[in-house]
Unconditional design. Structure first.
Ligand SMILES: Cc1cc2nc3c(=O)[nH]c(=O)nc-3n(C[C@H](O)[C@H](O)[C@H](O)COP(=O)(O)O)c2cc1C
Length: 172
């Protein structure tokens, strides 16, 4: 079982969650790789038995070019590129046919009004033909730049282990 954990990050928090998910998947006996969204080519996606896609919540949803600009003010108005996020990646992801497994997660602030990126990620994955392995999961950061709330890394690890075990079952 090959698991690819694909993330977008601006302060490193979603990457930390992605790495913990991959550790958990390895606990379940999977081979797991972690990659930033720009590295997740269609070939990489097709070679995985399970893709786990995560992004930070920006303005209640997945990031947009201008919200990423807020996180990288030095790049705004220069030739320095603001890289694409999961929203743009999903838009260009080729559709799959057959039984392809995926899961979605996000990071967000601890507010009841925080919104979330998982809804859009899950919808995008389904639209491209993926079957979601369980419900999307959400991980809390204490402040915009982090850190992750205490215990979130462990929760991410346990979730990754559970996902890999579920995806390995012939019938979900
Ligand atoms: C421009 C901008 C908008 C944000 N909007 C929200 C929001 O609507 N809801 C929320 O919970 N967090 C919001 N955040 C906080 C991010 O979710 C937080 O920075 C992210 O989880 C950190 O993960 P990262 O280090 O992987 O980027 C926002 C952050 C930025 C930079």
């Amino acid at each position: 079982m090959d698991v690819a954990v694909v993330y977008e990050t601006h302060y490193g928090q979603t990457r930390a969650v992605a790495e913990a998910i991959a550790e958990g998947a390895r606990e379940a006996g999977a081979e797991a790789t972690v990659m930033e969204v720009g590295e997740a080519t269609p070939d990489v996606v097709r070679s995985a038995d399970l893709i786990v896609v995560g992004a930070p919540t920006h303005v209640l949803s997945m990031s947009r070019h201008w919200t990423r600009g807020r996180a990288h003010p030095a790049e705004v108005g220069t030739q320095g590129d603001i890289p694409d996020g999961v929203r743009e990646w999903l838009a260009t992801l080729p559709a799959v046919e057959g039984e392809w497994h995926a899961a979605a997660f996000d990071t967000h602030l601890p507010s009841p009004l925080s919104g979330g990126a998982t809804h859009g990620i899950a919808r995008g994955l389904r639209r491209h033909g993926f079957t979601l392995v369980g419900e999307p999961e959400r991980f809390t950061v204490e402040e915009v730049e982090g850190p992750l709330r205490t215990g979130e890394r462990e929760r991410a690890r346990a979730w990754g282990e559970d996902l890999a075990r579920r995806a390995a079952q012939p019938q979900l």
